[in-house]
Design a protein around this ligand. Structure first.
Ligand code: NVA
Length: 385
């Protein structure tokens, strides 16, 4: 547990490292990996969060247990009391980040329930709770992901005030090609009756999104300097991966990883890189390319089994949110206060835990990594792999 003294010392350290001149010429967006000293972060919002309509792509990514919930609430706000609790938890998380010396920024408040129509489909919005899903910072560039769920088509709008500000101050800003999200992007007959079905399909590389056009969620990528890792998932297709590879160019190596996972969507509760050559891996979803990491001399630590009870719903994710942590630097991790075995694992690794409770916020599909996007981390572009 991080004491007030160590926070003060760290702040002083940062302050002396950064001269006034440096402060003036600093590019506002700069991050190369998941663990350098975190200076500025965007934290999502639960306000006005809506349950996505129960379309094919949503069905393929959610657990059968919650299908009746989607049938009932799809297109409507999430239960009000629950959201109120989530809002409070996230406020508390923001103030803890601030106490740790991190600048916290928030997206705009948006009316997500409003219906919209494009030439190809009709929908309502979802939320701006998970900036990690939609924004990725690579060096000085902030990239808006195209997304793959129709309810998320206009999600970028919540972040435009912030992104315009970063752009004005010198950041490079890219919006990946917007998909049409017409019916051709989805396998409308995607079979999804049992986990076994999905295992077989995922193994064969068959997902609910087709290769009609590029699509991806930013959270299927994870950064380690010049090496970036990505998975083909229910929301990230091969064309999306190709777009990113070509966009980043020869300075980066984009590696596609595969996992034994019946429901791949977002890599950060499956394979979370938390330090230079240090990964927390999900033992339920083994990586088929593990030999590459062994060869590179990386340390791969198995995440302990999550301990979360079923008292509160997880409408959009598994319990493996326990490993969806946010590194404030190589030695400090923001993690779930209730996940004692996970905290113990970090302490054994010599990493100080900053325990926070966002159990209601977790119900919306993410923990600390998902709920944030790091805008600025202090460090250089390096090779670790
Ligand atoms: N879809 C994954 C990742 C969530 C962050 C899961 O449910 O475990």
């Amino acid at each position: 547990i991080c004491s007030a003294v160590s926070v003060a010392t760290r702040r002083q350290h940062v302050a002396t490292q950064m001269s006034a001149q440096e402060e003036k010429t600093k590019i506002p967006v700069s991050s190369h990996n998941e663990w350098d000293l975190l200076e500025e972060v965007i934290v999502g919002r639960a306000e006005n969060a809506c349950v996505p309509e129960f379309t094919t792509e949503v069905k393929a990514n959610t657990y059968e247990k919650y299908w009746p919930f989607y049938q009932k609430y799809g297109g409507k706000p999430f239960p009000k009391k629950h959201i109120q609790k989530a809002v409070e938890e996230v406020e508390e998380m923001c103030s803890i980040l601030q106490q740790e010396g991190v600048v916290v920024r928030r997206p705009d408040v948006v009316e997500w329930e409003k219906a919209f129509e494009t030439p190809d489909f009709k929908s309502r919005g979802m939320y701006a709770a998970m900036p990690r899903d939609i924004l990725i910072v690579i060096g000085n560039e902030i990239i808006e992901a195209p997304m793959a769920w129709r309810s998320r088509f206009f999600e970028y709008r919540a972040y435009r005030s912030l992104i315009k500000e970063y752009f004005t101050e010198g950041a490079k800003w890219t919006a990946a090609p917007k998909p049409l999200m017409s019916d051709e992007l989805y396998d409308m007959n995607y079979p999804m009756h049992s986990v076994q079905d999905r295992h077989e399909l995922a193994k064969k590389g068959q997902f609910v999104t087709t290769e009609f056009e590029p699509c991806f969620d930013a959270a299927d990528f994870i950064r380690a300097g010049r090496d970036i890792f990505v998975q083909r998932s229910q929301v990230t297709n091969l064309m999306g991966i190709k777009w990113m590879e070509r966009h980043l160019g020869p300075e980066y190596n984009l590696h596609q990883l595969t996992f034994k996972d019946p429901n791949p969507m977002h890599i950060d509760a499956t394979f979370n890189i938390i330090g230079p050559g240090l990964v927390v891996a999900n033992p339920d979803r083994p990586c088929n390319e593990m030999h590459l990491f062994k060869k590179a001399g990386w340390t791969v630590v198995e995440a302990p089994t999550p301990t979360r009870s079923d008292d509160l719903p997880l409408w959009m994710s598994s319990k493996w949110l326990s490993m969806n942590v946010l590194m404030l630097d190589e030695e400090r991790v923001m993690c779930d206060k209730n996940e004692i075995p996970t905290m113990k694992m970090f302490e054994e690794l010599g990493i100080t835990t900053i325990p926070v409770d966002i159990q209601h916020a977790n119900s919306l599909g993410g923990a600390f990594h998902c709920w944030t996007t790091d805008v600025r981390r202090r460090g250089e572009l390096k090779s670790y792999f």
